[in-house]
Design a binder for this molecule. Structure first.
Ligand code: CTP
Ligand code: MG
Length: 237
């Protein structure tokens, strides 16, 4: 099984609100990007990586590749306007020898080598696989309802059945040809999706689900970064 990892790190991190792009924000003495690079270095099947970065951040990304001790060939490219564009650009740079491609958000520093290995193994069997976690909380559909004084109150419209609902994470692994077809179709149809599995699902292909972890959360806000700092200083194994 030969695999290429795509690490998407080209976002600006608007919701985090730092001057520096999110993937280069420091977490426990390392750039956020470093964590994903170190993790893929521990996955035997991954023989190449492509990293998408914001404009003019290529050399800083290259420094992180060295800092993480990554010894596989690594290509670094500016990303696109949206995450999906970044993945499509990176996909076009993956080597034809790669049987599988695994896509991961640099914004998820706590993915494990085991998660990568599990998504790759399942993708080899069925075509695609993602890390995900079952929902733990009760789900409410919420909307604004006019209150008795004519003011707007946020309130519950309905309780949504939670059974069978999972939260999608990355890593997400696919046969390379399948993911390429999914992105080509999305470009033709102007489909915009928030993850790669969605594009593959639209082809009617099977995407398996392997165990992610609540620790594999995406750093989106300043509070997420604070939580990540605590975890980086005190890892839960
Ligand atoms: N990403 C990317 N190219 C883009 C947008 C996002 O490579 N044009 C990457 C981000 O770097 C991140 C992952 O996709 O690792 C998930 O995106 P998100 O968490 O939304 O990060 P940002 O887009 O940077 O954050 P925000 O939406 O708050 O600006
Ligand atoms: Mg974003």
């Amino acid at each position: 099984m030969k695999a290429t990892a795509i690490i998407v790190a080209a976002g600006s991190g608007t919701r985090l609100g730092f001057d520096v792009p999110k993937a280069f924000v420091e977490l426990g003495g390392n750039a956020l990007l470093w964590y994903s690079l170190r993790t893929i270095g521990a996955v035997a099947a991954i023989e190449e990586a492509v990293i998408t970065v914001p404009p003019a951040m290529e050399s800083r990304a290259r420094s992180q590749v060295h800092a993480a001790g990554l010894e596989i060939p690594v290509k670094i490219t500016p990303g696109g306007a949206e995450r999906q564009d970044s993945v499509r650009i990176a996909l076009g740079m993956t080597s034809v020898e790669a049987e599988l491609v695994v896509v991961h958000d640099a914004a998820r520093p706590f993915a494990t080598p085991a998660m990568f290995a599990a998504t790759l193994a399942a993708a080899e069997r069925v075509g695609g696989a993602i890390a995900a976690t079952p929902l733990a909380d009760t789900l409410k559909r919420v909307g604004e309802v006019a209150g008795h004084r004519g003011d707007k109150d946020r309130s519950i419209i309905a309780t949504v059945a939670r059974e069978g609902l999972w939260q999608a994470q990355t890593p997400q692994a696919f046969r390379r040809g399948l993911l390429m077809r999914a992105h080509e179709r999305a470009a033709l149809d102007s489909t915009v999706a928030t993850d790669d599995a969605d594009l593959v699902e639209r082809l009617g292909a099977t995407v398996a689900v392997v165990d992610g972890s609540t620790l594999n959360f995406k750093i989106t806000t300043a509070a997420d970064l604070r939580l990540a700092e605590l975890l980086a200083a005190n890892p839960i194994r």
